[in-house]
Structure formats: C-alpha cells, structure tokens
Design a protein around this ligand. Sequence first.
Ligand code: NAP
Length: 478
Amino acid sequence: MSGLGAAIRLRQAGITDFVVLERFHDVGGTWRDNRYPGAACDVPGHLYAYSFAPAPRWRSTLPKAEEIHTYLRDCVTDFGLEPHLRLNSPVDEARWDGTEMRWHIQAAGRRYLSRFLITATGLLSEPHVPELPGLGTFRGAVLHTARWDDTCDFDGKRVALIGTGASAVQCVPHLAASAAALDVYQRSPPWVLPRLQRPVTATERSLYRRSPVLRRLVRTAVYWLRESWLLCFAGPVHRAVSTCVAGLARAHMRRQIPERDLRRRLTPAYPLGCKRVLLSNDYYPALRRAGVELVTDPISEITDSSVVTRAGTARPADVIVLATGFRVDRPAIARRIVGQGRRRLSDAWSDGMAADRNIMVAGFPNMFLLLGPNSGLGHASLTLLLEAQLDYVLDCLARMSRRGLAQVEVLPETQRAYTARLHQYVQRTLWLPHLCRSWYLDPRNGHNTAVWPRSVRSYRAMTRRFSFDGHRVHTQDR
Ligand code: NAP
C-alpha cells in the first residue's frame, strides 16, 4: 500500500523516472499475503482507501482482504503504474555511494542506480515463526496466517491454531466451521469488542461514486470518530476511558459466553488498549462450538503428530496454523541497506529502530522510510499516516529541486532530539512494558518503536512541510 501510494504521488508530482521493486509476483503487500479465511480490515473503508483514490465499490463498511487487494491492483491500472513495476525483484542490497551521491541497488540479478531510495516494505510483513521445540519435526502441514496455502483442505482435519491476536480471531470462526476439531492455543487473551459492520448497499455505493462531497463528508466523520479512540490509549484520561471500554468488552463476552469458567480464561489481565483491541462478533461463539477447545496450558513441545502442553497432555493434530504475528523490531530490509561509512541500517538500529519524524535516518542520505518506526496506528487508519509521510517526502524533493540540491541527510542530533520527545509521549500511553507484551514494544529495550503515540492530526502538522533545519545538504559539486 505504501509503495503504490508513493508511485501514484510521484507520478502526480510529474516525477516519472522511478521503479517500484516488489519481491513477490503481485502487488498488494499485506492484502496479497494475508489470505487466511475471514481476513478483513478493522478500519472503515472510507478511511482506509487513499484519499486520492476513493474506493466507492467496497461492499462492506469494514472491507474484506480480497476487496482491498483488488482495489490496489486497480490502482496500478488506473494510475498507469505498470511501466514502473518490477515484480519478483527482491532487493539484495542497497548501498549508498557518497562520491556519486547515488544509491546502488541490486535486485534479482539486476543493478539500479538511483538518486533517492524510498523503503515501503511494511511494518507487518515478516511472519514471526515461534521457536517451539520440535516444530520442525511435525509431519502435517504448518501454515502461517500471512503465508496462507489456498490448497490446504481443512475438512475432517484436526487443526491446532497457535495465537489469539487479530489474525486468529478472524480465522478461528472459519476453521471451527470446516475442521473436524480445532484446538486454539492461547498465551494471553485479547480484549474483544463487537464488530460494528454492515454491507454497503448498492444505493450507497452509487451515491458515493457520484458525489465526492458525500465521500468527503463521510470520510471526515469517520476520521474524527477514529481519532477520538486515542482517548483510550493516550493522553490525560486514557486510564479511565480504557476501564470504561473494558466494561463494554466484558459485557460483550458475558452476552456471548454463558460459561463462567470459559469467561475467566478469556479475560485479559492487562488494561484494554495495551495491545491491539480486536473486533469480532463470531470469535467467542466459535470457541463454544462442539469440537473446539481453548487451550491455555502453555505449549511445551511439538511432536511429529501432536502439540504437547506443559501439563503433559498431547493433542493430536493434522495441521498447525501459526497465527503468531510478525517480526517488527528487526525489519529484514534493514540488513540490506548500507549507508555512509558502509554502515548497515540494522547496525544503526542495533539498540532499536529510530528515524526523524519516523522517515529519515542519520547516516542514510537521500533515503526515506514509509511506514517505518513508530508508524503503526493503534486507533486510526495507517493510510492517513502514510499520506502525511508522502507529503513530507514530496515536499523535500520539490525543495531540493528548487535549490539545486543533490543530497539531504538528517543530522544525528536532530534525530536524537526527536526520538527523546517521542519517548516522552509514549510514557503517557498504555504501550509500556510493565503493562503487557505486544509487537508494539521492542523486546531488546521495552520501548515502543512501532506505534505512533499521538493523534494523526499532530503527525500531519509535523510533516506538512519539510524544513532543511536540522539537516545537512550538498549541491551537485562538493
Ligand atoms: P499478533 O497480534 O502479534 O498476535 C500474535 C499471537 O500469537 C498472540 O496471541 C501471541 O500471544 C501469540 N504468540 C506469539 N508467539 C507465541 C508463542 N511462542 N507461543 C504461543 N503463542 C504465541 O499478530 P496478528 O494476530 O497477526 O496481528 C498483528 C497485527 O496485524 C494486528 O495487531 C493488527 O495491527 C494487524 N491485523 C489487522 C487485522 C485487521 O485489520 N482486522 C487483521 C489481522 C492483523 P501473546 O499475546 O501472549 O504475545
């Protein structure tokens, strides 16, 4: 989504000399990879689509994965991006040459020379496969939710699903309906709220298609509604708001689960909002179906045909589904980017990811990160943050062009001051290591390096204009 968004905005700005390197055979990122049954977005479609490419054809208020994937493919056609796309082109290395002031990029046996490098590799793109003893010896199929195998047939199979995050909650009701038996292995329970979702009627879709004003009105209304969710996670009253909303989640659970013991095992022991709050109307009912078991005893090992828990119980399985999330703190692309002084981005980030305004990294000239550190959102649409970052990047490029500059680089002290301010804001949120463990926090230091801790509005204000203050610049001949 970020790579295609950048391509569209570059073209709109009249910049056409660029390529988009995609490691797989198709565009779509998250929405190409997460094809598990039930995959859908938790953010209303009006806010999730790019503002410059509204999606009035989506049929659900919370669009399904395949709808968004189709939308992104349509964007490729509608905005004429095909000539720029290089599919099946995983980047092996991108190396900055300070003399030439160019990036040398190697991808799938080809070399590219570029003045600028934009990374758009996604925050949640590297599946996390847990180190469970014996996992490699399992004889049945092992699937990760983000590497789904459409040919895997669950009919009549005994399925072990590990994890109870956003992916699991969407997948479980579907597997519960098709598998002969489903064991759901829960390490810590999520907070779950009702999923307020409905089909978008044909009349609405037709109105949205014809009326940009209506689309804008609805988008603005949804924007403010979602922005107000931040009250639950950050700011002066978030503890009180979180407690109230947890009351709603408990009521949702009571309505759907009459069994007191099951409710006890499903009730989180951390404040609502510390991890991603989930939305589902069919997860709890699925756990009550015949053949479905919630297992809270920790997994001790996997054998060739079963999952064994600490109490010594071995539950036979034909398929293991890993709904175990993503590696966020050490993005794979960081090992492949070599900046000034031959320093790898992964080395610059050995103590944790950091970037000025979440976009530029000291020691890596002419490089911009999209949806990099602290660019996740716990309360609103990622697309909003992405578009703010695109505004910033394009403003930087335009200003460089006007001043005849060849190189721009953020100063280390600028980045340090920004990161210190960011961590102060994080202290006023629920995303702290003593409250719960989540992908928001870097396990190395417990810092939130994944999620933006303030409003989208404040991020937009911070990125509206690029300023050369706090940056080092060079003209062509230095
Ligand atoms: P996740 O939220 O990180 O959940 C991973 C789950 O796996 C957690 O329950 C975790 O337990 C468990 N787990 C990890 N390692 C384990 C181990 N060694 N043993 C046992 N359990 C283990 O991942 P996700 O569900 O894929 O979701 C990731 C993010 O993707 C979401 O937060 C959301 O931002 C996005 N997403 C969005 C949607 C949507 O819009 N509807 C759908 C799917 C994903 P602990 O909780 O104890 O760590």
